[in-house]
Ligand binder design. Structure first.
Ligand code: ZN
Length: 168
C-alpha cells in the first residue's frame, strides 16, 4: 500500500466529472487500499477518489472510533433520505476548516463492493453525513457549496490568505 497526496481546494480535479468504475480490477483494489491508508493517516473519516486526483466514482469511509470498519463504495448512489439536520463537518481537501451543513439525518444508498456485489446501506448519524459528503465529491460537489454566499466568500478569503502564507 502507499499513501497518496490529498488534493486541496483550488485543484481543478475536485470539480471534474468522475466516471463510473467499469470492472473491479487489481488497480481498483489497490486504489481502494491506498485511499484507506491515506484516509487513516490524515486522519479522516472519508475520502473520495477525486481527492487523490483520480476521476472515478469510488470512495472510502470509516467512522468507527477503532478505525476497523472500512467501507469501500464503488459507483454509489443516494436512493433516499429523511429529515434534515444541520451539523458541523470538515473535509480533507479543506484542512482545518469546519462549517455547518444541512443534510439528511438518515440516508439510504446503493453501491458495489470490492467483490463486485451490489450492496444497500441505511445510515444515520455520523455515517449518514459521511456517505452524503463523499458521494457529493463524486458529483464534483463540495461542502462549501451549501454555505450562504457571504459565508463561502469568507472561507475563500481565508484560503487565499493561507495560500499566500504558504499554508495551503
Ligand atoms: Zn470532503
Amino acid at each position: 500500500m502507499s499513501k497518496l497526496e490529498i488534493k486541496k481546494y483550488g485543484d481543478g480535479v475536485l470539480r471534474k466529472k468522475n466516471v463510473p468504475v467499469e470492472s473491479i480490477t487489481a488497480e481498483i483494489k489497490k486504489l481502494a487500499a491506498d485511499m484507506l491508508e491515506t484516509m487513516y493517516d490524515a486522519p479522516g473519516v472519508g475520502l473520495a477518489a477525486p481527492q487523490v486526483g483520480v476521476s472515478l466514482r469510488i470512495c472510502v469511509i470509516d467512522v468507527s472510533s477503532e478505525k476497523n470498519s472500512p467501507l469501500v463504495m464503488i459507483n454509489p448512489e443516494i436512493t433516499g433520505g429523511e429529515s434534515k439536520i444541520l451539523a458541523e463537518e470538515g473535509c480533507l481537501s479543506f484542512p482545518g476548516m469546519y462549517e455547518n451543513v444541512k443534510r439528511f439525518e438518515k440516508v439510504s444508498a446503493e453501491y458495489t463492493d470490492l467483490n463486485g456485489k451490489k450492496k444497500k446501506i441505511d445510515a444515520d448519524g455520523f455515517l449518514a453525513k459521511a456517505v452524503q459528503h463523499e458521494i457529493d465529491h463524486l458529483d464534483a460537489k463540495l461542502f462549501i457549496d451549501y454555505l450562504p454566499d457571504w459565508k463561502r466568500k469568507t472561507v475563500e478569503k481565508e484560503i487565499k490568505r493561507r495560500k499566500k502564507a504558504g499554508d495551503w
